[in-house]
Design a protein around this ligand. Sequence first.
Ligand code: FMN
Length: 260
Amino acid sequence: MDVSKIMAVFFSPAGGTQNVVLALAEGLPLPVEKLDVTPFSKHQEARTFASDELVIFAVPVYAGRIVPLAAERFARMKGRQTPAVCVAVYGNRAYEDALLELTDLAQQNGFVPFAAAAALAEHSIMRSVAHGRPDKQDAQKLASFAQQLWQKLEQAPAGSSLAVPAVPGNRPYKAFKAVGFVPSASSACTRCGRCAARCPSGAISPACPDKTDKTRCIFCMGCVSVCPVQARHINKALLWAAEKAFALKFGERKEPEFFL
Ligand SMILES: Cc1cc2nc3c(=O)[nH]c(=O)nc-3n(C[C@H](O)[C@H](O)[C@H](O)COP(=O)(O)O)c2cc1C
């Protein structure tokens, strides 16, 4: 099967999912075009892909599911029996139903998810967990998986349908109940607006970047990750206690899993 173009469509508020996509791209023989649907300004982005294109969908896991905002944005991407690679990125706790949900979503929208992966990235809230991941070891595994999935594509006769691997997870998916911390801005805020530009949910207005609409915040830490003066933060005392307990329970290194 010939592939004319590769596009990565990803949602990555704190940048970990994007790093996984970049590592995967290293193992592919064509340049990977990037469509970052994270910012609120991209919430109506829509595309249709042909059967000779390859699409990589990558999304973070929140509470064992895919982020609902990302699911909405991915649902605007339509395939025509377009081969797809589905990647769920998690912070070393568990990915539960997220990868299954992502592959189901891809299929519902006309894609053929012939390859899938559950990969690790630094936990965007509890940053000492999976700190620095994806690391060199992850990058090697991701690049080698990319080579294998490319082989699967190349070996498939033109016009044939690619086999879709089974991935872990249950239907119906677990209920989505993400809890987290709403970041606020300290007096160090320079009102540069980078946080507003990154915020996926429109919880930070460009006119008042030192305020957060708590009803819209999805706790993604995108604003914290892009703030150049560390003005955006979450309550350190609360985080310290939560992170200590979390690291004790989920600190042991997990490895990426691949499905072909
Ligand atoms: C609200 C929220 C919920 C999360 N839930 C999970 C989870 O259920 N399991 C897990 O292992 N990691 C969880 N994480 C960690 C993220 O999946 C992980 O840090 C991911 O790399 C974030 O992607 P990003 O850096 O592209 O934003 C959660 C993070 C947030 C912000």
